[in-house]
Design a protein around this ligand. Sequence first.
Ligand SMILES: Cc1cc2nc3c(=O)[nH]c(=O)nc-3n(C[C@H](O)[C@H](O)[C@H](O)COP(=O)(O)O)c2cc1C
Length: 571
Amino acid sequence: MERYSVFALTAVMAVVFAILAAFAQILAWQVILWIGSAAMLALFVVGIRDLVQTRHAILRNYPVIGHMRWLFEGIRPEIRQYLIESDEDEEPFSREARSLVYQRAKNVEDKKPFGTHEHVYDPGYAWMTHSVATKHVEDWDFRVEVGGPECRQPYEISLYNISAMSFGALSGNAITALNTGARMGGFAHDTGEGGISRYHRAGGGDLIFQVGTGYFGCRDKNGNFSPKLFQEQAADPQVKMIELKLSQGAKPGHGGMLPAAKITPEIAEARHVPMDEDCISPPSHSAFSTPLEMVDFLGQLRELSGGKPVGFKLCIGHRREFMCIVKAMLETGIYPDFIVVDGSEGGTGAAPLEFSNHMGMPLQDGLAIVHNTLIGAGVRDRIRIGASGKVVSAFDICRTMAMGADWCNSARGFMFAVGCIQAQACHTNECPAGVATQDKLRQRAVDVTDKSVRVANFHRNTLKAVAHMIGAAGLEHPGEISPYHFNFRQKMGETIEGDLIFNPIPEGSLLDGTCEVEALMSRWRRARADSFERPERIASHRPGHKVRRAVERAPAEPAAGGGGDAVRAKA
Ligand SMILES: Cc1cc2nc3c(=O)[nH]c(=O)nc-3n(C[C@H](O)[C@H](O)[C@H](O)COP(=O)(O)O)c2cc1C
């Protein structure tokens, strides 16, 4: 019965305080005691409610005191982050990684005393090999030209850019700060799939216009792709490249729905959606359904944009499907100018846990598939590869480039630069830093003038660090980094050179059938340009399974991230 003791105590204290108040001589004491009695009475009423309610078992068994559970759960992330978490705990970014971004963004000292905290003999530890003949690499503004022969307006993209995050997922102030920083530093800012908002335009920085399954900003009344609207958007000189989004690492193959109640006038304006209808972002595209149609659509986007570089972003799922797309390129002669590979370790404003944790291929593996398939198909030299997935330090950039990327993007790195503290409340509309919220009061915390400078600082200082690292390796340009410059600690303490793990296959070897990597060669043989479907059904050996069709489909549940990582609002 002890579990009712706090509840019982509230009743006793309410009576005791009331008696004392009745006999108190001094007015001030009378007031204090009556307030005490009223407070205890209120808690007693809460206890009664706890006892009779049926929703929470804990409260039925522990009236009044049971509420402490919710209180502690509410402050658990803060207690962990400030008091318990170590510098290396990845939650998902370690304190060390976040501090590095904060320091570079604030342009303050980013050096560390006393040596590494890394466990250098643990499996997974990686290091870059340095040279005796180091180089002094003074210029840090590394760029790579994107745009194949079909492209009439090639773009020299920086080696580090802001990854896709929509207005809606991020606040207007955060978007403006990011875009202004991009202009100051001369790098690119991906719009995310929520269209080009007034906040993207405010900064005047280079934009990559992302076209997602909802075709936000370029859709007709029925949600289908509108060539006319796309042409208008893409013609904006601020738009430098077009990115067709197939999937993102944190929730590949997952759509979203933004209920009408959560659509603000600014969101409706950016997305070209009505305010009185739910805004659906389907899991796949309606503009194409086969690989051939997809590359044809890419060609159409390039023409409509006046010849700007066109590419697609994906997290690798079925490897064969990526090969289907490459076969469609070979068959049609229509090539994207770039492909962005996103890893499953990537971020999102809101996603089902199972998707974030267990769908999609991590960056290193996905990048190897894309890089190798393009080499094996003999088209790597005409298609650039961007990569994203927890790339926040110079080492991350160098390693990702060694594995085949031509440039890197970062979403959460730049979120830290504008003040994100990794509170992981992006889906609640209650972001404490004002970065991932639509709450006007909260987003005031993001001072655009100050934070845009931080964005530019973070970009510049990170690339300067890249320059120092490649100089130490005896190289002059990040394009020279190869897997050979990396070592990885394996199980049992032994080490392996990067070129043994990320060894590119011979040029054209998928085409002539000489590729010795069976996992690639067998999938290449099964891949078809005309369909994403598996050429054969794989027997399950588990008969009797079927799907019962819903006669009346229940209304879809509103997802916090309508349209990719769209709008945060409290459900
Ligand atoms: C708040 C937030 C919103 C995002 N919105 C989009 C989006 O609209 N489109 C998209 O392709 N990816 C989106 N992403 C994924 C990022 O662009 C990126 O691919 C991923 O987070 C990996 O990079 P990171 O590890 O540097 O965050 C979003 C990520 C975050 C954190």
